[in-house]
Design a protein around this ligand. Sequence first.
Ligand code: IPE
Ligand code: IPE
Ligand code: MG
Length: 239
Amino acid sequence: MNKKPKHVAIIMDGNGRWAKKQGKNRFIGHQKGAKVVKDIVEEATKNEINFLTLFAFSTDNWSRPKDEINLLMKLLVGSLKKEFNRIFDNNIRLCSVGNLNTLPDIVKEELLFVIEKTKTNTGMVLTLALNYGGKEEIIDAIKAISNKVKNSIISPEKVDESTIIEHLYTRNLPPVDLLIRTSGEERISNFLLWHIAYAELYFTKTLWPDFKKKDLREALLNYSKRERRFGKTSEQLIT
Ligand code: IPE
Ligand code: IPE
Ligand code: MG
């Protein structure tokens, strides 16, 4: 494969529908979905993806029934505990984007623990988007920049792309090369708005709990055949 994405982001969607199809509770879908995360992280590492960013819980997901939210949070803590050794041994560095302040303490603590323990790992950067919203991220960046302008730390004329990037939660991430969404929905749902400006989009009907290692390889293969032009003509890319 000649073209490998440096940064892959995934909207892991379809857990609820997967469970419903089998007459089961949505939570069973989330449980299976969490197992799939483990396999996909493993496959991404094997394919030498540098950055993998997973949409785990959006700011809008707080509107779901309380029971489902509680179960999702418990599942997250359980997965972090269970997978910590594997994450560490695979030299993966765990990061998070989103507003951690309003997450339950137990989630915050476990997450910060793994982030701290893996901060010097040099392999794949695995970022969990948790309580994340793309618009909120941009609003927070604008607030921070406005404050600096107000205090004469930045002059308004100097505000450019890099100023914005430096104030995003995702400041340490490169642009997304490949954005995958499972479950057949073809929308962004407020994910990584800034960083997907030139991402290649890949939608698959496969529900997240059914997404296999080979499905990730297929997405990577599809990506490798695309021509990214960034506004240029095809001819310009050859020279
Ligand atoms: C994605 O699956 C997981 C989260 C959003 C946390 P969904 O729970 O959205 O599954 P569907 O879309 O209802 O099938
Ligand atoms: C996006 O999925 C959020 C996550 C995968 C965490 P949703 O299921 O919440 O998105 P919509 O509501 O279908 O747009
Ligand atoms: Mg969904």
